[in-house]
Design a protein around this ligand. Structure first.
Ligand SMILES: Cc1cc2nc3c(=O)[nH]c(=O)nc-3n(C[C@H](O)[C@H](O)[C@H](O)COP(=O)(O)OP(=O)(O)OC[C@H]3O[C@@H](n4cnc5c(N)ncnc54)[C@H](O)[C@@H]3O)c2cc1C
Length: 429
């Protein structure tokens, strides 16, 4: 890997997401050698992926080069590497560019889509965890309309314009709202020859309420916003299968659709080599104590989505969200310093700053620890918070300008098929 040892202890971080980057920032001021590895050379701001999928933002505006984040830290090395395996007994990791020894290892590899073992859904649905996936979805949505315009088969046209989103958490709700706005504001202008009223946006949820992690008020109001936008919300409906053409559910509801978007679950993106029986939870997260430390490996830590901080108060860990990841990264930076100074570690205590989701123009819901509000003010708060947490002044400016432009013009000009996406049905293979 072309990384020389220094006299300082070596800390290797797997993953330059919210957790890895916030840890890196704290370690920049310590006497340690830090090696950050990521399979992408950029930090991905996942909360805005849905805007890339729906042509509201360019992909570059929500990505930021990891090397640029680290360029002022003299004790840092970055390598573009996919970590394949950990050998915790040898203090070694194996990657696609070679092996590396560590003194301390921090796993911050995030999460991946959970299909709960349904390979048919996995093979035929669209997911939205990465920028390439968001671009695939953007292409598919636009290609569907182009195809719908050409086909004379009404059933096929309906299926091409029928969108099914599974999972009514923030991602599902935000995506449904954005698609509904495209249907209303853009399709009639772009496709005057197409009966765009045929476009249907279906949001399917196995439980009895949307945004179930948020307050009752937020969930009720978001439901009203979706209804206003013409989204069909199907509660208490569990999707059981999708063969690329037909979605079946546990009820009589069936959808014929060319596009199923799976936003119904995530699991930890663990790395091979850890004892699955003792160190990995049922949701594929790495079980750690209140110091983010792995059982029986005092020099191994996990933070962010991949970590399940198991305590009496949090038997299933913290929610897989940006704030717990950022806060764990900061706390671990502080603790690694203490560890090197021979001081006892301090437990991670999560400061819940609330949750929010936007449904569309002037429509958002915000739950803060002390206040809950919805509507246009919530929408401005949502925008401000997302701009604040985006990395890089240029990205903030580009996103801000895009949002102002889209707001004034009722438009989404990044509706481009740059990289055509050909959906491959399992039966085609
Ligand atoms: C569509 C979407 C919308 C979201 N919206 C919100 C929201 O509104 N609010 C909110 O709080 N949270 C939201 N989240 C969740 C939030 O993005 C995550 O909780 C957060 O990114 C977790 O940070 P992390 O650092 O643990 O992981 P990540 O940010 O996922 O970073 C993990 C990093 O590890 C790298 N990596 C993984 N495996 C390897 C490997 N084997 N080798 C090398 N590198 C590897 C990845 O490339 C990635 O850069 C959303 C997530 C998605 C997908």
């Amino acid at each position: 890997m072309n990384i020389n040892r220094t006299s300082n202890p070596r800390i290797v971080i797997i993953g330059g997401g919210f957790a890895g980057v916030s840890l890196a920032k704290v370690l920049s001021k310590q006497d340690v050698q830090v090696v950050l590895l990521d399979k992408h050379n950029y930090h991905n701001f996942q909360p805005l992926l849905y805007q890339v999928s729906t042509g509201g933002l360019e992909p570059d505006s929500i990505a930021y080069p990891i090397r640029k984040i680290l360029q002022d830290y003299s004790n840092f090395q970055f390598r573009l590497a996919n970590v394949l395996e950990i050998e915790p007994d040898n203090n070694t990791i194996l990657t696609d560019i070679g092996t590396l020894k560590y003194d301390y290892l921090v796993i911050a590899s995030g999460s991946e889509t959970n299909y709960f073992g349904n390979t048919s859904i996995e093979n035929n649905s669209m997911s939205m965890k990465t920028i390439p996936q968001a671009l695939n979805l953007r292409s598919l949505i636009l290609e569907n309309f182009e195809e719908a315009l050409l086909t004379s088969n009404l059933q096929e046209r309906n299926a091409l314009m029928n969108f099914v989103i599974v999972g009514a958490g923030p991602t599902g709700v935000e995506l449904a709202g954005a698609l509904a706005e495209i249907k209303k504001g853009i399709l009639p202008k772009d496709y005057p020859d197409l009966d765009t009223r045929l476009a249907q946006i279906n949001l399917v949820q196995s439980g009895d309420r949307i945004l179930k992690e948020m307050s009752e008020e937020a969930s009720e109001k978001a439901g009203m916003f979706l209804e206003d936008l013409g989204v069909n919300v199907w509660k208490n409906t569990r999707v059981s299968n999708y063969d690329g053409k037909v979605v079946t559910t546990n009820t009589d509801v069936v959808f014929e659709t060319a596009t199923l978007i799976w936003a119904a679950g995530v699991k930890g993106a663990t790395v091979k080599g850890l004892d699955a029986d003792h160190l990995i939870s049922r949701s594929s997260r790495i079980i750690v104590n209140e110091f983010n430390q792995l059982k029986s490996y005092p020099n191994l830590f996990a933070i962010g989505d991949v970590a399940q901080v198991e305590t009496e108060a949090t038997p299933y860990g913290y929610p897989m969200m940006a704030q717990p990841a950022i806060q764990q990264g900061k706390q671990l930076g502080h603790n690694l310093k203490r560890l090197l100074e021979g001081l006892p570690l301090e437990p991670f205590i999560y400061k819940d700053k609330g949750a929010m989701a936007t449904v569309g123009r002037n429509k958002a819901v915000v739950d803060m620890p002390k206040f809950k509000f919805q509507g246009i003010f919530a929408w401005f708060v949502w925008m401000f918070v997302h701009l604040f947490f985006l990395i890089g002044f240029r990205n903030r400016m580009i996103v801000f300008v895009n949002w102002v432009y889209n707001y004034i013009r009722f438009d989404r000009e990044a509706r481009l098929i740059i990289r055509p996406y050909k959906k491959k049905l399992k039966s085609d293979e």
